[in-house]
Design a protein around this ligand. Structure first.
Ligand SMILES: [Zn+2]
Length: 387
């Protein structure tokens, strides 16, 4: 028997430990408290704990916990159960309950991070409760990350240390108990067109960046059509990679020549597509569109992004997940930390009890009916992979 607190106590304490991450510094918080909570429970249960700060921010902490002395197992746990500890910000006015107090109502548990995805850790611990660590033939590791909702720098920091290579990894993001084997990647960038302001009465006095943006957008639209025609993956609802023109800002007054325009886009590549080369191609198209003009272009990365992720549809791990859960493997439209673990050579699926429809919403909740099956599924994986 592992010495974890009662499940409801763990769930309440996880919800009660604020860990908002946000690119807006006003909202951004340290996740130290929730990581220390997890470290305390896992330590008391006999796990070995490593705490790792984000490479860019010592206020953001990641946790690695191992059931065994990992050096003796070539640092290769048979099973890794992982998730992020941070949540998105919340709009207090829209919440009917305190986002940091777990509230039981209508067969649901309400609270910020209930579905996405703090409570997953409580279910992992509950699944481990009746296991004697010394009876585990193969090690199990738990990873809890920081900043998944913003930069994914927690997962990136851990992946750089390469804490394991050929493990089986389950990311407990909200998938309503369906094993997910693939999602698209994501990247966002701003292109700034710099021209020259001047009096509107004489266009020769300046270089109008709004005029230039028409040329640029036309070139990018043409490139996008050709690019999308080249790739498709029918396992996704939107089978093509996408490029969304998200916002365009420029100018201040009708009687001034517009000196600067900023244009922002997002890219959603399919598995197998390389973000860096897509970005390079876009830069080339943009530069060519405005070459031999007086306009200058600047590119500013907004979110470095995450690669697409795919586990082979025929992999034995996916088959195992389908048989344990009784649910077919699916693809999803949202991004996760899965590509970072998959890139380490570890077969990774995304599987959790929450519902993505609840994620990033006011009055976020977890349906109680999901809890028992999730714990049973986790026990199934532990039994088949570690005992
Ligand atoms: Zn999440």
């Amino acid at each position: 028997m592992l010495n974890f607190p009662p499940i409801k106590q763990m769930m309440s304490e996880l919800i009660a430990s604020p860990s908002v991450s946000c690119i807006n510094a006003q909202w951004d918080m340290s996740n130290r408290a929730i990581i220390q909570l997890l470290a305390k429970w896992l330590g008391e249960a006999g796990f070995q704990i490593e705490l790792i700060e984000n490479k860019d921010d010592p206020n953001k902490l990641n946790l690695l916990a191992h059931s065994h002395e990992m050096v003796e197992h070539n640092r290769n746990p048979a099973l890794v159960l992982t998730g992020h500890t941070d949540t998105v910000p919340y709009d207090e006015a829209l919440w009917q309950t305190d986002p940091f107090r777990m509230t039981e109502k209508n067969n649901r548990f309400y609270g910020l991070g209930s579905s996405d995805m703090k409570l997953f850790f409580a279910f992992v611990f509950e699944a481990l409760r009746n296991i004697d660590l010394s009876q585990l033939k193969k090690p199990i590791s738990i990873i809890a990350t920081a900043d998944e909702e913003t930069t994914m720098n927690g997962a990136k920091t851990i992946a750089e240390i390469k804490p394991f290579q050929s493990s089986k990894v389950i990311v407990g993001e909200p998938t309503s108990l369906h094993p997910v084997y693939s999602h698209k990647g994501m990247m966002t960038e701003a292109i700034i067109i710099k021209g020259q302001t001047g009096h509107s009465s004489d266009p020769q006095r300046g270089n109008n960046a709004i005029d230039a943006s028409l040329v640029l957008l036309q070139a990018l639209t043409a490139w996008r059509s050709k690019w999308q025609a080249k790739y498709h993956d029918n396992s996704f609802k939107v089978a093509q990679p996408t490029m969304n023109f998200g916002c365009l800002h420029g100018g201040d007054n009708p009687n001034r020549i517009c000196g600067q325009v900023e244009f922002q886009y997002d890219i959603r590549p399919l598995p197998g597509m390389d973000l860096a080369s897509i970005k390079a191609e876009i830069h080339q198209v943009a530069q060519q569109a405005l070459q031999d003009t007086h306009f200058k272009l600047e590119f500013r990365s907004l979110l470095e992004g995450i690669p697409a992720y795919a586990l082979d549809k025929n992999s034995s791990f996916l088959k195992q997940a389908e048989s344990i859960t009784g649910n077919k493997g699916i693809t999803v439209a949202f991004g996760t930390e899965a590509p970072f673990w998959q890139q380490l050579g570890s077969e990774t699926i995304v599987l959790g009890p929450g519902d993505i429809a609840q994620a990033h919403q006011a009055n976020e909740y977890l349906d109680q009916a999901m809890i028992k099956p999730m714990i049973t599924h986790l026990q199934g994986f532990i039994k088949q992979l570690c005992l």
